[in-house]
Design a protein around this ligand. Structure first.
Ligand SMILES: Cc1cc2nc3c(=O)[nH]c(=O)nc-3n(C[C@H](O)[C@H](O)[C@H](O)COP(=O)(O)OP(=O)(O)OC[C@H]3O[C@@H](n4cnc5c(N)ncnc54)[C@H](O)[C@@H]3O)c2cc1C
Length: 237
């Protein structure tokens, strides 16, 4: 809707399934943009007092796939609306993954970005009616730059994105792939062939199949690289 009305800012987040309320809880992100970049304020109801409260962006303490609603105030607020701040002539964010390579010419519109993002996502992620999944199962680990530099001498092709002067983010999918997990399964759960960051329900997976597979992957990445990867998904008992 925003792209079709010429409002830019959310185009890189195209095709992420989910509702507005969760976007503000999860700080959803893709292709170099996080929803925190366009959130102005979040309105929520306190489940203890039933009072409404408005949170300014800074009060939500956004981080990578994280917000205050997932930590200090977990379970305390129900988001009822989100105000996004969009722009008519936004700065385009194209330098993430293979986004720029899939866009031709200099005169690139937000509609072009949206189309490219959707095409890339369709080529890499399972459609929900094909295989059930939670999207990215693990968060991309953020590690000290010093640790990355040491690993780079053994693994020169390890990709990374600079987070700040002291930290880099390493794609968890790459780590999982290099540990040989592509297509491997446990029970009915499997590592998606086209994107190792995604665990799929391949054949009537039980919750324990998914958890066991995830734990085996975590251990193998930790044993190989000394990097701990953590689930992005919530486990509900
Ligand atoms: C195929 C696929 C691809 C995906 N790709 C991405 C991606 O690229 N980037 C990304 O960031 N995520 C991605 N995801 C994950 C998912 O889309 C997001 O986490 C999304 O925000 C989930 O939305 P939902 O409405 O289903 O929320 P749920 O999964 O139902 O909830 C997420 C969390 O938010 C809480 N919550 C939900 N609504 C509210 C509310 N109104 N008030 C308070 N708390 C609430 C829930 O309790 C839960 O803790 C992907 C998922 C799939 C299946």
């Amino acid at each position: 809707w925003t792209v079709s009305h010429g409002w830019g800012g959310a185009e890189n987040l195209s095709y992420i399934p989910g509702e507005v309320g969760a976007s503000a809880i999860q700080n959803i992100g893709a292709y170099g943009v996080e929803v925190k970049d366009i959130i102005h304020e979040v309105k929520a109801v306190d489940v203890e007092t039933c009072e409404s409260r408005t949170f300014r962006n800074a009060e939500c303490r956004y981080g990578y796939r994280s917000s205050i609603f997932k930590h200090d105030w977990k379970g305390r607020y129900i988001v009822t609306s989100v105000v996004y701040r969009l722009q008519k002539s936004p700065e385009l964010h194209l330098d993430y993954g293979n986004l720029r390579a899939s866009l031709l010419g200099d005169d690139i519109s937000i509609a072009d970005v949206r189309k490219a993002v959707i095409e890339i996502r369709r080529s890499k992620l399972p459609e929900p009616d094909e295989y059930g999944s939670a999207g990215s199962f693990f968060m991309n680990p953020v590690i000290p730059t010093e640790q990355y530099e040491k690993l780079k001498s053994s693994y020169p092709d390890m990709p990374h994105y600079v987070v700040d002067d002291m930290h880099v983010k390493v794609p968890a999918g790459w780590l999982i792939d290099r540990c040989g997990w592509k297509g491997k399964s446990f029970g009915g759960a499997a590592v998606y062939e086209k994107q190792c960051l995604v665990l799929i329900n391949k054949n009537n997976a039980k919750p324990n199949d998914v958890v066991a597979l995830a734990e085996m992957i975590r251990k193998s990445v930790s044993d190989t690289y000394g990097i701990v990867i953590n689930p992005e998904v919530n486990y509900i008992e």
